[in-house]
Design a protein around this ligand. Structure first.
Ligand code: SAM
Ligand code: SF4
Length: 306
């Protein structure tokens, strides 16, 4: 289905949990997430039902599992097995548990993964994640993904003033040597973030490069030495025109925009016994009202999954 701006809405990001094994400074408070009643989190069968219903409404082309950290959710492999029968299913993960799950996920039908990494320096990685994470752990995750054909592996790095700005050229080269592609994400000033923003222009001052193409929400660039990398610039803008996404939170809220705005509580509709026809009509009505663009902030990234 197309929205009122002519965008084909066929990509669903599903946050399968709001829990995480890390506490990144741009995403979660140090103390973890506010307590949410276990009963308000969708059960796996409910996620399957809702995604099935959204697929019926929109004929999804792609599903991405995110979180919180998707790999801390019990039953994630069986969820992948069901959802990958509907549409291409990918995952965004911090990679910590990927060596344990990569082979099972691939067998279950996962097509590929994006892995988050914000620095090459262990002390900076620890400062950002507030956990004892090392570069070696992320390299093992990348290796596990590649060995299990979860290709192409893309890397997400949130650029943070005074934290990892200054390392960007090294990150691009390292990613290339690992057989992956680095994508820099402009930091979004969401609730729970404690970081300073580096805009796209500043990123390009640090790593001068030529624009080559737009791939989804990422603008791709080529360095003078011929290495490709991406910039995802939700704050500088430009990516909303190509947005084909809806987001389903772990509590069953369907959001038309990362920036919040009007949403649909599909989980509640399911639990209240609404019919499939009623829920499909509600999804169509939400898509029709998807805003052209939104302003970041006011919501937490761990809740909506990035
Ligand atoms: N735990 C997984 C991970 O970190 O990859 C998946 C969930 S995380 C919320 C999804 C993506 O959102 C990650 O790539 C993360 O770097 C990004 N993210 C989180 N907070 C952000 C912020 N304030 N600004 C920009 N990106 C952010
Ligand atoms: Fe966890 Fe991902 Fe948020 Fe970091 S960005 S705290 S890994 S959900």
């Amino acid at each position: 289905m197309r929205d009122s701006y002519g965008r084909q809405i066929d990509y669903l990001r599903v946050s399968v949990t709001d829990r995480c094994n890390l506490r990144c400074i741009y995403c979660m408070p140090e103390s973890g997430i506010p307590h949410i009643e276990h009963s308000s989190i969708l059960r796996l069968e409910e996620i399957q039902q809702l995604v099935g219903l959204i697929h019926e409404a929109l004929n999804l082309r792609k599903i991405r599992l995110t979180g919180g950290e998707p790999l801390v959710r019990k039953g994630i492999v069986s969820l992948v097995k069901t959802l990958s029968q509907l549409a291409e299913t990918a995952m965004t993960t911090n990679g910590i548990l990927l060596p344990k799950f990569a082979s099972e996920l691939q067998e279950a039908g996962l097509s590929r993964v994006n892995i988050s990494i914000d620095s090459l320096k262990n002390d900076v990685i620890r400062r950002v994640t507030r956990r004892d994470v090392t570069l070696g752990m992320v390299e093992s995750a990348i290796q596990a993904a590649k060995e299990n054909d979860l290709n192409p592996v893309k890397l997400n790095c949130v650029v943070l003033k005074g934290v990892n700005s200054g390392e960007l050229a090294d990150l691009i080269t390292w990613a290339h040597n690992m057989g992956t592609v680095m994508r820099f994400i402009e930091h979004m000033p969401m609730t729970d973030s404690q970081c300073d923003h580096v805009p796209r222009d500043r990123i390009l001052e640090e790593v001068p490069a030529e624009f080559i193409a737009t791939e989804g929400t990422a603008d791709m660039y080529m360095t003078p030495s011929g290495i490709k990398f991406g910039i995802i610039a939700p704050v500088a803008g430009g990516m909303c025109a190509n947005c084909t996404r809806l987001r389903l939170t772990a509590e069953g809220e369907l959001l038309p925009c990362l920036a919040g705005g009007e949403s649909l509580n599909l989980g509640k509709m399911l639990r209240s016994g609404n019919s499939s026809t009623e829920m499909i009509s509600a999804v169509h009505a939400l898509v029709a009202k998807k805003p052209h663009h939104g302003a970041c902030g006011g919501v937490s990234m761990w809740r909506i999954g990035g």
